[in-house]
Design a protein around this ligand. Structure first.
Ligand code: C2E
Ligand code: MG
Ligand code: MG
Length: 606
């Protein structure tokens, strides 16, 4: 807790104590005033009664002008301590007798009020009695009360001191806890976004050569952990991630959890190479699996790094730049570090723009499917790959390589992918209805879609609605589906294949090709990536030959993608490639053009 917060807390407590004392004193003062008024009233009533007694007893003495008798009556007041003196006067005001307690005639003073009583005889006033009161007793009683009040107050204060001390300690502890909660994230145990914002709001003075790097790090596919293990599993993982990063952070480095699965590390570095090395050390912490809920989880992360003052004069500029770099790392295939470059900002702005436009595109019918033929060695049409095309009313045609990664990133690919499957099935059904021998249509499935638990049911619905046999649909997936939860992916693929759908591995050879997994995968087809095909003549020849041998051994059909030249075409045919796809055979065409060029009416069996 900061000293400022602590002293302000104590200050409040002190103010409260002083306030309480003030209120107590005020109440005490008020009580004394009320007590004084009441005692005074009582004393006056007493004196008035005495004056009346004297008046009654001295009526005869006044009538006969007997001063001695009057004086005797007055002497009877001598036993009353509340009376300072008295005087008996006749009807003309002449003094008949006077008495003074201390020998001096009393005057009228504030502390010495007087009361009068008429001396009546047969209803006629024959004189008056004046009694001067002595307020000494009232004052004594008041003083006694004030003293008792003061002693009681002092005793209360003395007793309340340890109580106050304990309360103060409790307030301090509560304040410390609040302060902690305001700046720490309870899930990961690290500093939170508030602390991060506060840190970036301040830019340190700039000694020559000093550099700080901000590393922003995002767990790849954290949502799936949350979905499969529940939020408590997700929280447990975040705690472990925080602990692992903290283990490699330097003593001067600051670690934050920014929310969700995003972490940030602010560190002192010497240069860009040092920043990259430090960031890679942090990512290295993800190599070992995490143990969550008794399960081993292989979690990867992508990181973006920006450096102060190279990438921004002010600290707060670092956050946006590190974020842009992090998205670049994700785009480049995740589980890597990317350093900020100014062009990344533009890429991020474009990404945001495309996200907005993609949402509109789906509702605004801006998508179309084009079909690229797949033929056998002698050129007969066997199938077609449905390739998505986006025609934006203002931006024109936008390439899939530009928008598919954006759609994958924001999750829209699930809806877009469903539209593609639906559209391909409708088109295949339409061609069949027109009497064509419709080719098997292959659609690309992004990794995100393979994790969609509802996908099999969705496909069932489409096939039922279009009355298309499942064998007319092929799904192309990439090896990256196996990267995380391979068992789950394999189970999902098996569910799809059990319906009679064909499954193909796309871009084979570019991913993390593993023979062991390939054997377990329920697939029918393997598509050799076009980079190998285009390396023919050259290295590509040996690679494609090896892939063909291996795939045929596993009884898989092989398609070569991106066949552009006559030489490639010939080589692949001779090497035993089952199917060919590429510009050499035909480009992707809109449905009508494809039908006109490639489809022939189905042969009448009769
Ligand atoms: P892909 O599935 O590997 O598709 C083949 C890509 O290679 C297509 O590019 C196709 O037009 C191109 N291609 C075909 N023959 C040749 C050739 O001879 N030479 C060259 N240089 N290129 C050739 P396209 O249509 O731009 O698609 C690019 C990628 O976008 C696809 O790669 C696929 O990964 C993705 N994609 C396309 N449509 C969809 C879709 O509906 N859903 C998903 N998830 N991804 C899609
Ligand atoms: Mg494909
Ligand atoms: Mg491909």
């Amino acid at each position: 807790m900061s000293r400022r917060a602590e002293s302000s807390g104590l200050g409040t407590l002190r103010t409260n104590v002083v306030g309480a004392a003030f209120v107590l004193m005020l109440a005490g003062g008020l009580l004394l005033v009320l007590q004084y008024v009441s005692l005074r009233r009582e004393a006056i009533a007493d004196a008035t009664a005495q004056a009346h007694v004297v008046a009654t007893s001295s009526a005869a003495a006044v009538m006969f002008g007997d001063g001695d008798a009057a004086h005797e009556v007055l002497q009877s007041l001598g036993t009353l301590a509340s009376i300072r003196g008295a005087r008996i006067a006749d009807a003309d005001g002449g003094v008949v007798a006077a008495y003074a307690h201390d020998g001096n005639a009393p005057g009228c003073r504030l502390d010495c009020p007087l009361v009068r009583a008429p001396i009546l005889l047969h209803g006629q006033q024959v004189g008056s009695v004046i009694v001067w009161m002595d307020m000494g007793r009232v004052h004594h009683r008041l003083l006694g009360l004030a003293g008792a009040f003061l002693v009681a107050s002092l005793a209360a204060f003395t007793l309340s001191l340890p109580l106050m001390r304990r309360m103060r300690a409790r307030v301090r502890a509560a304040e410390a806890r609040l302060q902690h909660l305001a700046h720490y994230d309870p899930v990961s145990g690290q500093q939170n976004r508030n602390a991060f914002n506060a840190c970036l709001a301040w830019t340190p003075p700039r000694p020559a050569g000093e550099r700080h790097a901000l590393m922003q790090l995002d767990l790849d596919r954290f949502k799936e952990v949350n979905d499969s293990l529940g939020h408590s599993g997700g929280d447990e993982l975040l705690w472990q991630v925080g602990t692992r990063i903290a283990a490699v952070a330097g003593t001067q480095d600051q670690l934050f959890r920014l929310g969700g699965d995003e972490f940030a590390v602010l560190m002192k570095v010497t240069d860009a190479a040092d920043a990259r090395a430090r960031a890679e050390t942090v990512l290295g912490q993800f190599q070992a699996p995490f143990l969550v809920g008794g399960q081993q989880l292989f979690v990867t992360a992508s990181a973006g790094v920006s450096i102060w003052p190279d990438d921004g004069e002010q600290f707060h500029e670092l956050a946006g730049n590190a974020d842009a770099a992090m998205y670049a790392a994700k785009r480049e295939g995740r589980r890597r570090v990317a350093l900020y470059e100014p062009r990344l900002r533009e890429a991020q702005a474009e990404k945001l723009m495309l996200q907005v436009e993609l949402r509109r595109a789906l509702d605004g019918c801006q998508f179309q499917l084009h079909y690229q033929p797949q033929v056998d060695a002698v050129g007969r049409l066997l199938g077609a790959e449905a390739l998505l095309r986006w025609f934006h009313p203002e931006l024109g045609a936008i390439a899939p390589s530009r928008f598919i990664p954006v759609a994958e990133d924001c999750g829209l690919i699930v809806d877009i992918g469903r539209w593609v499957i639906g559209e391909a099935c409708r088109q295949a059904a339409a061609w069949r209805a027109e009497g064509h021998d419709a080719p098997r249509l292959a659609v690309n499935l992004s990794v995100r879609q393979t994790r969609d638990e509802d996908l099999p049911a969705f496909i069932d619905g489409i096939l039922a609605a279009t009355a298309l046999p499942a064998s007319c649909l092929e799904l192309e997936i990439t090896e990256s589906v196996l990267l995380e939860d391979a068992d789950r992916a394999i189970a999902q693929l098996a569910r799809l294949r059990a319906r009679g759908l064909h499954l193909a591995i796309d871009d084979f050879g570019t991913g993390y090709s593993s023979m062991a997994y390939l054997k377990r995968l329920p697939i029918d087809k393997l598509k050799i990536d076009m980079t190998f095909v285009q390396a023919i003549p050259g290295d590509g020849e040996a690679i494609t030959t090896a892939i063909l041998a291996m795939a045929h051994h596993l009884q898989l059909t092989v398609v070569a993608e991106g066949v552009e030249t006559e030489h490639q075409h010939r080589f692949l045919r001779q090497a035993g490639c089952d199917q060919l796809q590429g510009y050499r055979i035909g480009r992707a065409l809109p449905a009508d053009a494809f039908a006109a060029r490639w489809l022939v009416p189905a042969q009448d069996p009769a």
